[in-house]
Ligand binder design. Structure first.
Ligand code: KIV
Length: 267
């Protein structure tokens, strides 16, 4: 069994071979992805992807812990990072510590991810000084969808671009070992990546980042209405529809189950 990737391994990749990151929410998917990625992110996107929610806001800590446990148990090589969901860390550093402690103790994950810049720096510092490795997340922050006025690219003018850089620096200074940059222009992502010592992991943030992350169901073509930054590496929804259509036909015309699928047993 290969050794699991550590936070130091991730840090050491700054400016080197790009980090390969995907979300995973279930044990079978984590098992398939593990050998091919550096990091598995149990993202709170699971609320929308798995549970059909309108946003990530209703996701609970118990949901994240259940899925985190499944992913950690199925993956032995990739570092596993679990998102702290909305409302479980913003109130105070001690609330964030209590949520993170549950995540790390109950799932076996290595780190948590939380959204926010300067306003979360005190919390990130509190966590990292108490043994909780943290991945930051700036730019488009889906938990702030209503405050942002929708899922829109961030950094639309110089002041906003400067704010994202300040946020990323504050997250780094507070002790995060990596940071997700979501939905920012290429020049902003390139500048932030050049200014930080920790790796940047981009989603809709250009190849200038130190790594890339995508939502697994999006890149496999399992979800509808994906953002323009998603590349479909497969169209599994087409394959599933074709398979289920064939199954329905075969059940209807009694060609399934065939003789080879029947239990003969001994009389
Ligand atoms: O929740 C999530 O899956 C994420 C990634 C899209 C970065 O935060």
């Amino acid at each position: 069994m290969s050794k699991r990737t550590t936070t130091l391994d991730i840090l050491a990749r700054k400016g080197k071979a790009p980090l390969v990151v995907l979300t995973a929410y279930t044990a079978p998917m984590a098992k398939l992805l593990d050998a091919h990625v550096d990091m598995l992110l149990v993202g709170d996107s699971l609320g929308m992807v798995i549970y059909g929610m309108e946003s990530t806001l209703p996701v609970t800590l118990d949901m994240m812990i259940n899925h985190g446990k499944a992913v950690v148990g199925a993956a032995s090589k990739a570092i596993v990072v679990v998102d702290l969901p909305f409302g479980t860390y913003q109130a105070s550093p001690s609330q964030a510590f209590e949520s993170s402690a549950r995540v790390l103790a109950e799932t076996g994950a290595t780190a948590v991810k939380l959204e926010g810049g300067k306003e979360m720096a005190e919390t990130i510092s509190f966590l990292t000084h108490r043994g909780v490795p943290v991945v930051g997340h700036v730019g488009l922050k889906p938990q702030s969808v209503h405050a942002l006025g929708g899922y829109r690219y961030q950094g639309r003018n110089d002041a906003e671009a400067a704010q994202i850089l300040d946020d990323a620096k504050a997250v780094e200074d507070a002790g995060a070992f990596a940071i997700v940059l979501e939905g920012v222009r290429e020049d902003i992502a390139a500048h932030i990546t050049s200014q930080l010592k920790i790796p940047t992991i981009g989603i809709g943030a250009s190849p200038t980042c130190d790594g890339q992350v995508l939502v697994i169901d999006d890149m496999l073509g399992l979800t509808a209405n994906t953002p323009s930054f998603v590349k479909h590496y497969a169209q599994l929804s087409h394959s599933i529809t074709a398979a289920v259509k064939t199954y329905a036909e075969e059940v209807t015309n009694r060609t399934f189950p065939g003789a080879e699928h029947c239990f003969k047993g001994k009389k």
